[in-house]
Design a protein around this ligand. Structure first.
Ligand SMILES: *Cc1c(COP(=O)(O)O)cnc(C)c1O
Length: 359
């Protein structure tokens, strides 16, 4: 018998979410962000379905190579650029686009002896202070880039927002005006918006948007669900009940005996745990669906199992279906109960699980 824990990927939902983004940003180009194995959904699986994306954004060479090997023809952007000069010939051969965010990368391009040119995005640090050229270094870096034989003009410009998911945070306005000022006399294409900015900051849409999380049907805003924005969850993590315990009042459940039955009650054992990517820090009370109805996690999740309160499901039996997140149970709610964000849960789904495509 195979392990009942598995991941269902709803390809219809993915296509739906993409067209929802198209509706939100008509006439803008879309760079679908598929780093971290497409947020845990499967890199090539997702890219194959998103035939209408204008480009794919990845974090590293390995991901770009995987996409090309899978026959993906669209533009592929290395969001962190080359990590070393040795990557440049592969970048050229595979026709990848690179983000240049640091002087050491300009130096790599200056020293490269190759006649063929590559497309470059220059990243500006407009206030997040992670990657990018500071505004005061922009001019010099821009000129240096344009004198590299390997750089194909026009160089496009991008920046990344630190808090687009916090509508009241003033840093977004400051970042937008910083970036706008830098781009004032630049006529090439610009890109700013992640998912939260697509939904919340229309004046950040520019020429290219870069949705990640919303492609997968999930809200980037704490306290809100993807469905509020017309998005459908793509990933469902599901399993089954593999045992039911009828316990007495006061009996503990699970490691650390941290949770005790308040009364005589049935407790269901589900075949899924932190070894699958379910968060060990999920609190007792975290919602779980058994037979499509919500019950509560009790005790600590262990590596391959977790336990649920079946008082509201007295007829539940071994083999009954369980959803840990996804269809019918937003991952946003589970993340909140585990003091984390949906991004981390989606990316953390373990590759040992069976993945099943639907749609
Ligand atoms: C990950 C990433 C995105 C996508 O962010 P979401 O919040 O998932 O939409 C966009 N741009 C860059 C540079 C990124 O690294």
């Amino acid at each position: 018998m195979t392990r009942p824990a598995r991941v269902v990927i709803d390809l219809h939902a993915l296509i739906h979410n993409f067209s929802r983004i198209q509706d939100l940003v008509p006439n803008r180009k879309i760079m679908a962000i598929v780093k971290a194995d497409a947020y845990g959904h499967g890199l090539t699986r997702v890219a194959r379905v998103l035939g209408k994306a204008d480009a794919f954004g990845v974090a590293c060479m390995e991901e770009a190579v995987q996409l090309r090997e899978a026959g993906i023809r669209q533009s592929i952007v290395l969001l962190e650029g080359p990590h070393e000069a040795g990557e440049l010939p592969v970048i050229r051969d595979l026709g990848l686009e690179i983000v240049v965010h640091h002087e050491t990368q300009i130096a790599m391009l200056e020293q490269a002896n190759t006649a063929q040119r590559v497309s470059v995005w220059m990243k500006i640090d407009s206030g997040m202070h992670r990657l990018g050229f500071a505004p005061e270094h922009f001019r010099a870096a821009w000129q240096r880039l344009h004198s590299c034989a390997m750089v194909k003009p026009p160089v496009r410009l991008m920046t990344h927002l630190a808090a687009a998911n916090e509508p009241a945070n003033p840093i977004t306005r400051a970042q937008l005006s910083c970036f706008r000022e830098i781009c004032l006399n630049i006529s090439s294409e610009l890109s700013i918006a992640n998912s939260a900015a697509i939904l919340q900051w229309p004046d950040s849409h520019a020429d290219w948007v870069r949705p990640g999380l919303m492609l997968y049907g999930v809200s980037p805003f704490a306290g809100h669900l993807g469905e509020e924005y017309g998005l459908h969850p793509v990933m469902t993590l599901q399993s089954e009940l593999i045992s039911i315990q009828h316990l007495k009042a006061g009996e503990p459940v699970g490691y650390g005996a941290s949770w005790r039955c308040p009364e005589a009650m049935p407790v269901g054992i589900v075949a899924a745990g932190y070894g699958d990517g379910f968060p060990r820090h999920a609190k007792s009370g975290t919602p779980v669906l058994v037979n499509g109805k919500q019950v509560a996690l009790v005790g600590r999740a262990s590596m391959d199992m977790l336990t649920v309160d079946l008082r509201r499901q007295p007829d539940a039996k071994v083999g009954d279906p369980v959803v840990l997140w996804g269809e019918g149970l937003p991952v946003e709610n589970v993340a909140q109960q585990a003091d984390t964000i949906p991004y981390e849960l989606l990316c953390g789904v373990h590759k040992r699980l069976e993945f099943v495509e639907r749609g």
